[in-house]
Design a protein around this ligand. Structure first.
Ligand SMILES: NC(=O)c1ccc[n+]([C@@H]2O[C@H](COP(=O)([O-])OP(=O)(O)OC[C@H]3O[C@@H](n4cnc5c(N)ncnc54)[C@H](O)[C@@H]3O)[C@@H](O)[C@H]2O)c1
Length: 320
């Protein structure tokens, strides 16, 4: 398969591009290189790998590169609430305007499959304890999730004979990737425990689903190659039921692996997102189950931190 990963140099994208390549895809990456492209170094010089710099906000940048691909995976975005809140105009222009450009370019070029990386954040404050399925009402409570929800609707509405869009609502990622992020909850807590001996937790009772970045890569690869009858016009939550946890329990998991860690609980109303997510659909329809538990991911990260993989893990380039 000839597969284009847009945003393929990022935290998820670099791991996904490598996974696709290992699975035998011809991989093209298009990325603005907001964090550089060193994350793809292991693929350079390979005849089945091509890389280009481009901005999805510019429709003219897309036609040539999109043409000839069997699948496009759209990951490029301004990712996360803090990054979107810092510059909402750029966030909307990228996550909605740029995504629309990608959809239009795929339609013009006759690319048959488009996989859109969305987020379980779209469920917002879905409290009440029950895990939410893909049918649950969406409650976007930030610019980030508003843009994701808006494009989900547009891309699904474009499903047609010969055009198969799929929306993947990813859990919050954890795990080591070639473009590392330490602003995601599991890595943030683990780094704080190792460096400061203390984790500060806001909204400790709030639920979140988590998934290892390599499991996301497996899920995206599975969907890109799946029978279109199973995935066309469909939404899948990506994760596993046992990787739903409250923030306090996440803190305790880190505490068990980093001896002596103190947990400090802080009351704050600014991030009321709480959602437990149901992953029955991806398990039953596609046979997808994560291989990595949260505990495995904490262990992996502790080993990498102990080994000195990042000379300065607190550096701003590891945060969005
Ligand atoms: N990491 C998570 O926990 C998580 C959870 C849910 C959903 N997602 C989704 O997965 C995708 C990837 O997230 P990530 O964690 O890898 O983020 P990331 O910030 O590491 O990667 C985003 C990539 O998009 C590129 N990009 C940004 N603007 C662009 C533009 N205008 N044109 C071309 N490329 C552009 C950046 O250069 C970067 O390489 C995003 O769509 C995100 O919403 C991520």
């Amino acid at each position: 398969m000839r597969t284009l990963v847009i945003g393929g140099a990022g935290y998820v994208g670099s791991t996904l591009s490598r996974q696709l390549w290992e699975d035998g895809h011809d991989v093209t990456v298009l990325d603005l290189m907001a964090f550089g492209g060193e994350s793809l170094m292991s693929l350079y010089g390979n005849p089945r790998f091509r890389i280009a710099r481009g901005d999805i906000r510019d429709p003219a940048a897309l036609d040539d590169i999109v043409a000839g691909h069997d699948a496009v995976l759209l990951l490029a975005a301004i990712v996360g609430e803090p990054a979107c809140n810092r510059d909402p105009e750029t966030a909307v222009a990228t996550n909605l305007g740029g995504a629309r450009n990608v959809l239009a370019a795929c339609r013009r070029a006759g690319v048959p499959r488009l996989v859109f990386a969305s987020t379980c954040s779209n469920y917002g404050a879905a409290d009440g304890g029950a895990a939410v399925t893909e049918e649950a009402p969406l409650q976007p409570i930030s610019t980030y999730s508003e843009t994701k929800v808006a494009f989900e609707g547009e891309v699904l509405a474009a499903a047609a004979e010969g055009f198969h869009p799929t929306v993947l609502r990813l859990s919050t990622a954890f795990g080591v990737s070639a473009r590392m992020r330490f602003d995601l909850l599991v890595s943030d807590f683990t780094l704080a425990a190792k460096r400061d001996g203390k984790i500060v937790i806001f909204g400790e009772q709030f639920w979140r689903p988590f998934v290892h970045v390599r499991d996301i890569a497996r899920a995206c690869t599975l969907v890109a190659g799946a029978d279109p009858a199973l995935v066309s016009g469909e939404v899948f939550n990506v994760g596993g039921d046992s990787n739903n946890t409250r923030k306090i329990e996440l803190g305790e998991m880190v505490q068990r692996q980093v001896a002596g860690t103190e947990l400090e609980l802080v009351q704050r109303d600014t991030d009321p997102r709480s959602y437990r997510v149901d992953f029955t659909k991806i398990r039953e329809r596609l046979g997808f189950e994560p291989e990595w538990s949260i505990g495995d991911g904490i262990r992996e990260l502790c080993e990498a931190l102990d080994a000195g993989v990042w000379p300065d893990p607190g550096d701003a380039r590891y945060k969005n």
